[in-house]
Write a protein that binds this ligand. Structure first.
Ligand code: SAM
Length: 308
C-alpha cells in the first residue's frame, strides 16, 4: 500500500461528501442549462478549498477530488454549453503551495485530455487563502454580472471567515452554496475558547471569525443555527446533511445546501440528501423509509423555520 494511503483509508465520509457534491452540482447544472434566456451568459463555479484535485475513497483508493468532479460533470454538458454560447468560469482556490501545485497538474491534465471541456471553461487555479482571494477579487467578481453561481466551501477547519460568505452573498449573482459546516471543529474550538488556557483568546477570535459575532453558547453541532445566522437572513433556504464520523459516534461535519430557490432546496436537494442517508458508509442500509429520513435532513427558510 503506498505511503499515506492507509492513514487516509478510513474516510468513507470523504467519498460520500464528493458523491453528494456531484449529485447537487448535477441538479444545479441541469436547472441553469435548462432555463430559457440563458444564452450567452456565463456560469460561475468557485471551489474555495480545492485540495489537489484528487482524493481518497472509502477503501483508500484514489478518486477525483472536488475540482475534477465538477469539471467532469461540466464536460457532460460541453456540447449544450457550446450551443448556448455559454462558458463556465471556474476558480479553484488552494492555500497550501504543494497541494496547489498538484491541483495545477491534475486539472491541466484533465483539460488537455478533454478538449471539448477546455473549450467551454475559463479555469484558473489560485494558490492563496480563500478569505484573502475573496477580499481581493470582489470587484472582478462583481463585474461578471448577474450570473448563476455554485460555490463549494470545503475547509478542513475553521478557515473560512463569515465575512467571506457575506461578501459572496453580496455579489449580484444567483448563488447556491454547498457549504461544509465544521461541527466537530467548532465544538472543539469553542471548548478551547471557553477554557482557561493560554490559547483561549486565539480560539475565541477564530470562532468569532468563523461564526460571526456568536462566539459563545451551545448548539455548535446544530447546522441550522449556523444557517439561521448566515444564510436565512440573506433570504436563502437551506437543507443540511449531518456526516457521521465513522470512528466516533458523533457528527463530524454538516453539509449545508443553501439557495434562494425554495423548490430546489426543499424538494430536490432534500430528496437527494434523504436518499443518500438511506445507504450510509460501505453499503450499510438504513431501516428508515424516505419520509422518516427526510426528518433527519430538515430544511430551513426565511418564511418558515424548520420543515420537518
Ligand atoms: C477538506 S480539504 C479540500 C478537499 C477538496 N475540496 C476535495 O473535496 O477534493 C481542505 C483544503 O483546504 C486547504 N486550505 C486550508 N486553509 C485554506 C485557506 N485558508 N484557503 C484555501 N485553502 C485552504 C487545505 O490545504 C486543504 O487542501
Amino acid at each position: 500500500m503506498p505511503k499515506g494511503v492507509h492513514h487516509q483509508s478510513d474516510r468513507p465520509q470523504t467519498q460520500k461528501k464528493l458523491e453528494l457534491l456531484a449529485q447537487a452540482f448535477d441538479v444545479w447544472l441541469a436547472i441553469w442549462l435548462g432555463q430559457k434566456g440563458g444564452k450567452g451568459r456565463p456560469l460561475v463555479v468557485l471551489d474555495l478549498f480545492a485540495g489537489t484535485g484528487k482524493s481518497y475513497g472509502a477503501d483508500g483508493n484514489i478518486i477525483d477530488g472536488s475540482t475534477l468532479v465538477l469539471m467532469k460533470l461540466i464536460s457532460g454538458h460541453a456540447a449544450q454549453l457550446k450551443s448556448q454560447g455559454r462558458s463556465v468560469i471556474i476558480r479553484s482556490i488552494e492555500a497550501k503551495a504543494s497541494k496547489c501545485e498538484e491541483l495545477v497538474a491534475n486539472t491541466s491534465e484533465m483539460l488537455r485530455s478533454m478538449p471539448a471541456l477546455a473549450d467551454v471553461v475559463d479555469f484558473q487555479p489560485v494558490c492563496t487563502s480563500a478569505n484573502k482571494w475573496i477580499a481581493g477579487s470582489t470587484q472582478e467578481l462583481r463585474a461578471i454580472g448577474a450570473a448563476p453561481a455554485f460555490v463549494f466551501v470545503d475547509p478542513d477547519g475553521l478557515q473560512v471567515d463569515k465575512v467571506s460568505i457575506d461578501a459572496i452573498m453580496a455579489l449580484p449573482w444567483r448563488t447556491d452554496f454547498f457549504y461544509n459546516y465544521m461541527a466537530e471543529g467548532v465544538a472543539r474550538v469553542a471548548g478551547a475558547a471557553a477554557s482557561d488556557c493560554a490559547t483561549s483568546q486565539g480560539n475565541r477570535v477564530k470562532l468569532v471569525k468563523y461564526l460571526g459575532e456568536r462566539a459563545s453558547g451551545t448548539g455548535y453541532f446544530d447546522a441550522s443555527a449556523y444557517a439561521d445566522k448566515v444564510f436565512t437572513p440573506a433570504g436563502f433556504f437551506s437543507v443540511s446533511f449531518p456526516m457521521p464520523n465513522p470512528s466516533k459516534e458523533q457528527t463530524q461535519y454538516i453539509l449545508i445546501y443553501a439557495s434562494k430557490n425554495e423548490t430546489v432546496v426543499d424538494k430536490v436537494i432534500r430528496d437527494v440528501f434523504a436518499r443518500s442517508a438511506k445507504v450510509m458508509y460501505r453499503g450499510q442500509g438504513s431501516l428508515f423509509d424516505l419520509d422518516t429520513l427526510k426528518t433527519f435532513v430538515p430544511s430551513m427558510g426565511p418564511r418558515r423555520k424548520t420543515h420537518e
